[in-house]
Unconditional design. Structure first.
Lengths: 172, 405
């Protein structure tokens, strides 16, 4: 009986791992995707660059490169929390009434698109993530193949909470 | 039999415990959302919090205590009152307590251009494929060329406005495969020592006119780990690049090289501006992958020319820079709430760029990555920059504009 239970548990664990691998691969494609952690934005402070994880774990980050010819980009949030002054940080599954806005910029520092992503009222799905896709359309000349991108983010002055902290990834 | 029942009992208990735990977790999350939605008087809470969190402290109260740098010069520890702990990876190519003199420079941005289209091409290569994207908006003419050598190997040479790439299909594949940190080798690969490999990579980069610092970062990727990590990517890509499969020929060193300016490396710490006049922080970035076959991937990003000395002076040391940063956190305008920890410190040249004029300035900075460590925080981090010559302190959000929505 014990062996059966152990076998069943093993199968479930292996299946679980395989499924998460597959979904990550399908969602993200090649290594154009870059990851960020513990990013925090304060309400109304303006937009500044997301710092991507670096495989070597050093201070700067290599910006993701757009290799494909897709005309869309997407940002996925994998962990969200907010802070109301005087109250400890609280994990949440919803961005709530917060204008958490992301926009890619080219390496030349210009907007890569006129269409930013706003996560206001976004709610995590069953995998605990929120993904929003947006278009480069209309200014496609800004978004070039092989171009490096930075991702800037702000929590607008219209936001309800004073600070938001989040993890996630960006695929140009 | 009895043991079996006890075991099953434990398993069931664990399952219930897990289920209860996730259920409780779910409730917490829901209640958190409701709390957010029901917050009515944020401004009054803000006022109360600001009053409570602003200690009566003067700049002269902030003293760096027990500042210690290890023998290798790679780690620094210390404390500033009870507001800032320092336990940081240190990257400095000079004595951090006496960094000496440095200069600030002006320069001019230079795009990678048609003239550099063949910079990587070797004698005997034949152009077999090419895609040209004509200049538009801020982009120069861009070229995506594929060459073939006499042995039938393909070489990709890409020139776009601010970047240049060279790679073989093998090199591109190695670049694409992400080997988790714990599976990267801690020892040298068999085809070359790390130092030999660095010298080869450095010589390669310098052949294109860059002066390369002896400070570098390296990752060692054994082919066995590359093979395992490559299983999740499209197998047709692997078959095309490696018809005979993964072999020790794909053992790879990946280098991040830095341009040397006055003995300091040039970094790029994100794109946040460091001054009003130059809206983009930038720098030359170089990545090279080396295998037993030679350089199989090279990426150069951002170049400049006409470098001219603007001024020369003594750089502040790490202790002075830490004091300036702690004053900013306690007395200045930042969202970070003490206590905080400094976890990375570097002394490097950073570039600043004004794209409309092409003006570039290069100045030495102490850069501190600082994380909140209080129990009510999520470990949010921010970079603080101390201009080592002017001693002006800025941070990532010093010169930001609101995002238009």
């Amino acid at each position: 009986m014990r062996k059966k239970i152990l076998a069943l548990l093993s199968v479930l664990i292996i299946l679980g791992n395989s499924m998460s691998l597959v979904s990550a691969t399908e969602a993200d494609g090649k290594s154009d995707t870059a990851y960020f952690r513990s990013e925090t934005r304060s309400r109304g402070a303006g937009s500044y660059g997301v710092q991507f994880d670096d495989p070597v774990g050093v201070q700067w980050s290599w910006n993701p490169v757009k290799w494909n010819t897709n005309t869309t980009y997407y940002v996925t949030l994998t962990k969200i929390s907010y802070r109301i002054p005087g109250v400890p940080y609280t994990f949440t599954t919803a961005v709530g009434r917060n204008d958490l806005i992301f926009r890619p910029y080219t390496s030349a520092g210009v907007k890569a698109t006129d269409y930013p992503i706003n996560f206001r009222y976004g709610i995590t799905d069953t995998s605990g993530e929120i993904r929003k896709t947006q278009s480069y359309a209309g200014v496609s000349a800004y978004a070039h193949k092989a171009q490096e991108y930075s991702l800037k983010c702000s929590l607008n002055s219209t936001s309800e909470t004073s600070l938001m902290s989040f993890d996630g990834r960006f695929t140009p | 039999m009895r043991t079996g029942k006890v075991f099953i009992g434990w398993v069931l208990l664990c399952v219930f415990a897990c289920a209860f735990s996730s259920c409780k977790d779910g409730e917490t999350k829901i209640s958190s959302v409701q709390n957010t939605e029901n917050t009515l008087d944020v401004s009054s809470q803000e006022t109360a919090s600001a009053t409570a969190s602003a200690p009566e402290m003067r700049p002269e109260d902030l003293v760096v205590e027990n500042l210690r740098i290890n023998e290798e010069g790679t780690n620094v520890t210390g404390q500033i009152n009870d507001i800032m702990s320092i336990d940081a990876k240190l990257m400095s190519t000079v004595d951090p307590m006496a960094p000496g003199k440095a200069s600030s420079y002006t320069a001019t941005h230079r795009t990678f251009s048609t003239a550099q289209r063949t910079m990587f091409v070797q004698p005997g290569w034949t152009l077999i494929e090419s895609e040209h994207i004509p200049a538009s908006y801020q982009h120069e003419d861009e070229y995506f060329d594929v060459y073939e050598d006499s042995a039938g190997n393909q070489h990709h040479c890409i020139i776009v406005t601010d970047d240049a790439w060279y790679y073989t299909l093998r090199g591109e594949l190695i670049y694409e495969v992400e080997v988790p940190m714990e599976y990267r080798s801690q020892t040298d690969l068999s085809f070359a020592t790390e130092q030999e490999a660095f010298e080869t990579a450095k010589t390669f980069a310098e052949s294109y006119g860059y002066k390369i610092s002896d400070f570098y970062y390296v990752d060692r990727l054994p082919f066995e780990e590359l093979e395992i990590s490559s299983r999740t990517i499209d197998q047709s890509i692997i078959e095309e690049a490696l018809p005979r499969g993964w072999t020790s020929d794909q053992d790879a060193y990946i280098f991040q090289l830095f341009v040397d300016i006055d003995g300091l490396p040039m970094y790029s710490v994100g794109s946040n501006p460091l001054s009003e006049d130059h809206p983009i922080q930038t720098g030359t970035r170089i990545k090279i992958i080396l295998t037993a076959m030679g350089v199989e991937y090279a990426h150069f990003s951002f170049q400049y020319e006409n470098t001219t000395v603007q001024s020369t002076g003594e750089m502040c040391n790490i202790e002075q820079a830490l004091n300036l940063v702690s004053q900013t956190i306690i007395l200045g305008n930042t969202w970070q709430t003490p206590p905080v920890n400094v976890d990375i410190i570097s002394l490097a040249y950073l570039g600043q760029w004004e794209p409309s004029t092409g003006a570039v300035i290069l100045r030495p900075f102490w850069v501190f990555r600082i994380q909140e460590t209080g129990p009510d925080t999520q470990g949010g981090h921010m970079n603080y920059y101390v201009d080592a010559l002017s001693k002006i302190v800025t941070n990532d959000q010093s010169f930001t504009e609101p995002e238009e929505w």
